[in-house]
Design a protein around this ligand. Structure first.
Ligand SMILES: Cc1cc2nc3c(=O)[nH]c(=O)nc-3n(C[C@H](O)[C@H](O)[C@H](O)COP(=O)(O)O)c2cc1C
Length: 339
């Protein structure tokens, strides 16, 4: 029996468990790896700006493998027409959802009116969402903070969500802390402003018809279960990346899908042909395996595994041979029964 109340039925992918968009981290290789562990988790791309997509190498930015699905692409921008064009490109490229970034606090993006600074411009976000919705039929969602310095009242948050909802967005991913737009680095902005889950819970009470996904600081199923007592879904960032084996329990616990979970070794084995193809195509093994360093977190040999994949890999002639040796070493260290 499920611990959680049934979630409202919505079109598009389930957002019950999401892996957060993370620049430099959730690239296509990372997503392919995570998909070997959970079939259902919704995976978000790194943020791609409208400028990069419309004036850069769109093919490369949009490239992904069908095996990563369900995957959402996150856009950064605030020009409704450019966002609309990009939403069309996302749909044509096969993404299951397009998400707008209203949470990133970096100075670089603020100068271009991208990210958390847009919380001060709800009308512009609403216009952007409306334009995106008119140009694609996949869901358009927004990821945002509970406020920014100088505009952090609950009334301000409700005004933002209300206006954006009226423009056609039904799903909000809420990072449960404010962003401080001057004086803190993006990293500090993920740690210093306190987490305030109660604010997000109140938002769900005041907008019960909306899908509200809680993000920020979630690290365990105990916390996830507590959040799913009131939220429609959860989004994990750093913990999912640093301890990817957490995803091994997601399908059974949160989706009721009891298919056998592959062991860590089976995951390594499944990654091998993907890595081989990547190398054949001119890529480097490290570009894939750098996302796999946390697989054995907390187990004996985890340090050896990390070291081999992060350091030794740069000094060997045949990276796949190193990979095979490492698989054997970890297997003999941990034994068959280690899931
Ligand atoms: C390395 C890194 C890069 C990030 N890049 C993005 C991004 O591109 N877009 C975004 O909306 N949030 C980005 N974030 C924020 C995460 O999506 C998430 O909101 C934040 O880490 C809080 O969740 P957590 O406590 O589960 O990590 C990034 C976070 C990290 C650690």
């Amino acid at each position: 029996m499920s611990l959680h109340p049934p979630t409202l039925h919505r079109p598009g992918p389930s957002r019950r468990f999401c892996v957060a968009p993370m620049l430099d981290w959730t690239d296509r290789h990372c997503r392919f790896f995570l998909r070997q562990i959970s079939r259902h988790a919704l995976l978000y791309s790194e943020m791609i700006t409208t400028g990069a997509l419309l004036h850069g190498d769109a093919q490369r930015f949009l490239a992904h493998s069908a095996e990563e699905q369900p995957v959402a692409l996150q856009l950064g921008g605030s020009d409704p027409q450019a966002l609309a064009q990009c939403a069309t490109l996302c749909e044509q490229a096969g993404y299951a959802e397009v998400n707008l970034n209203v949470g990133c606090p970096s100075d670089r993006v603020q100068n271009n009116l991208i990210g958390a600074c847009l919380m001060a411009h709800p009308q512009l976000v609403a216009d952007s969402v409306r334009a995106m919705r008119e140009h694609c039929s996949i869901p358009v969602t927004v990821k945002h903070r509970i406020g920014i310095n100088g505009r952090d009242s609950y009334a301000g948050l409700c005004d933002f969500v209300g206006q954006v909802h009226e423009a056609g967005c039904d799903s909000f991913i809420v990072h449960a802390r404010i962003a401080i737009l001057e004086g803190l680095s993006p990293k500090e902005n993920r740690e210093v402003p306190p987490l305030r889950y109660a604010v997000v819970e109140q938002l769900k009470r005041d907008f019960p018809q909306l899908e509200i996904i809680l993000n920020g600081g979630l690290q365990s199923f105990e916390q996830i279960d507590a959040a799913l007592g009131w939220a429609d879904g959860v989004m994990l960032g750093r913990e999912a990346y640093q301890n990817p084996w957490l995803l091994a329990e997601v399908d059974a616990r949160l989706y009721g899908d009891m298919h056998p979970v592959p062991s860590r070794f089976e995951v390594l084995q499944k990654m091998r042909p993907y890595i081989a193809r990547h190398i054949e195509g001119g890529g480097r093994m490290h570009q894939v395996t750098r996302h796999m360093l946390g697989l054995f977190q907390g187990l004996p040999g985890a340090r050896h595994y990390r070291r081999e994949l992060s350091t030794a890999v740069h000094h060997c002639d045949d990276p796949l041979e190193l990979y095979d040796q490492l698989l054997e070493q970890m297997h003999s260290r941990l034994g068959q029964d280690c899931q």
